[in-house]
Design a protein around this ligand. Structure first.
Ligand code: USQ
Length: 406
């Protein structure tokens, strides 16, 4: 297949591009390199040294003989360029990662809120609009988030996108219907993914676009089979307070002797998936497109759930790291249960990599290898969700005075 990977230079976009190229597909990356600019804005860098996208694709060609093409296009701002590229290339499938994906970054200031909404919503809408205008029947796979469901404390399993409800008619009968699971975002970033869902619903219904939305949990890990092949194919690895995700952050904190930064009581339960499984799921979704005219296909792309404090305690036991119980900069339920259905990927053959499979040691090794690149002052999470809980977190540039509050 000819596949366009929008956002193919990012944390999941890059390993997905390699995985699909390795599987024999003709891969074309479209990316505005915004993630690299945000690193510059924040004054942080990936833990792993990343080459330019041109160099990465050159190495991939040298290693495998396969070409991955790169196009510098901003989906949100260059509609005509995007349309021209799609018209000339007419891909069979499009994988859409081209959105600002960090919740803390999206909450930093009014400017960051505007940027995240403008970028994410325009990118998605431009893409859908162009597909219709060009009468292009490409299967669109979007990377969504488990966060669209919210984290209620109700102990019922979250279904895959649609919720069966009984509605009483005027004649007193109860009819059952499936509705999109009610959106309950916890950040501006998560809110954009909820809005994306409405765009998908409309374009599938009105124009018959074939769309799959993947509600993904928190990704951990860094390497995949293909990124391990050459040191210059390495994936990016974020550890900072805005882009680093919780499990990867704890592992790197343990590796550099920094107390594990648990927000609040650590009672938040979240869904997780290893990066290798994430790219496998995308390939499975690619092989199983919805029919034209069908409703949006939704998969829960996660393999296990964990409570934040359990992760911290497990890593502390494993490595001897201290735990710092910090005031939570986010507005989120302090404790929640989470049960998630993921039968669809399991039925398609996904055999998950779990925390027990031992890949956590690999991350600690990567972190130790590149520990010299870590700026400890960028480890604490300081983006606050509301003005009244603006940074009360006690940290200094050396990151040594984190106080335990329990
Ligand atoms: N947390 C800590 N300590 C930290 C970092 C985070 O206790 O140092 C807590 C947070 O307060 C939160 C939980 O860990 O309760 C998860 O935070 P996270 O930063 O790992 O994940 P999140 O902000 O939800 O976002 C990440 C990705 C996003 C993706 C989402 C999937 O950045 O792109 O959509 O995970 S999900 O969480 O399932 O919505």
């Amino acid at each position: 297949m000819k596949i366009a990977v929008m956002g193919g230079d990012g944390f999941i976009g890059w390993p997905t591009s390699l995985h699909l190229s390795d599987a024999g597909h003709d891969v074309h990356i479209l990316d505005n390199l915004s993630r690299r600019w945000i690193d510059t804005e924040l004054g942080v860098q990936s833990l792993t040294p990343m080459d330019s996208i041109q160099e990465r694709t050159r190495i991939w060609h040298a290693e495998t003989g396969r070409r991955i093409h790169f196009n510098l296009i901003d989906l949100a701002r260059d509609y005509e360029l995007l349309k021209k590229w799609l018209a000339e290339n007419r891909p069979d499938a499009i994988i859409h990662f081209a959105e600002q994906r960090a919740a803390p970054y999206s909450m930093k200031s009014d400017r960051h809120k505007n940027y995240t909404v403008n970028n994410n919503i325009n990118a998605t809408h431009n893409l859908l609009n162009a597909l219709v205008e060009l009468q292009l029947d490409a299967h669109l796979i979007h990377l969504g988030t488990m966060g669209v469901y919210g984290y209620s404390t109700v102990g019922a399993a979250i279904p895959e996108g649609y919720l069966p409800v009984g509605i009483e008619t005027t004649s007193g009968e109860t009819v059952s219907q499936e509705i999109l699971y009610p959106a309950n975002p916890g950040s501006i970033y998560h809110m954009t993914k909820c809005l994306d869902q409405t765009l998908f619903h409309f374009y599938a219904k009105n124009d018959g676009l074939r769309i799959t939305d993947l509600h993904q949990g928190i990704v951990w890990g860094t390497h995949t089979e293909q990124t391990r092949r050459h040191e210059q194919l390495v994936n990016r690895f974020d550890y900072d307070g805005d882009y680093g995700t919780v499990l990867n952050r704890f592992l790197i904190q343990a590796a550099i002797g920094y107390p594990l930064t648990v927000h609040g009581t650590g009672g938040q339960t979240r869904a997780f998936i290893h990066i290798q499984d994430s790219v496998r799921c995308i390939e499975l979704a690619l092989k199983n497109p919805p029919a034209r005219g069908a409703r949006v296909e939704i998969f829960n792309q996660m393999t296990e759930t964990h409570r934040v404090r359990d992760l911290a305690e497990m890593i502390s036991k494993l490595t001897g790291a201290e735990i710092a119980w910090l005031p939570n900069p986010r507005k989120e339920a302090p404790e929640n249960e989470l049960i998630v259905k993921n039968d669809k990927f399991r039925d398609l053959g996904l055999d998950p990599i779990t925390l027990k499979t031992g890949l956590m040691g690999e991350i600690v090794d990567v972190a130790r290898k590149f520990a010299y690149r870590v700026d400890r002052s960028r480890v604490p999470a300081v983006s606050a969700w509301t003005r009244d809980i603006a940074p009360t977190i006690n940290h200094d540039p050396e990151g040594k005075r984190l106080k335990s509050v329990s």
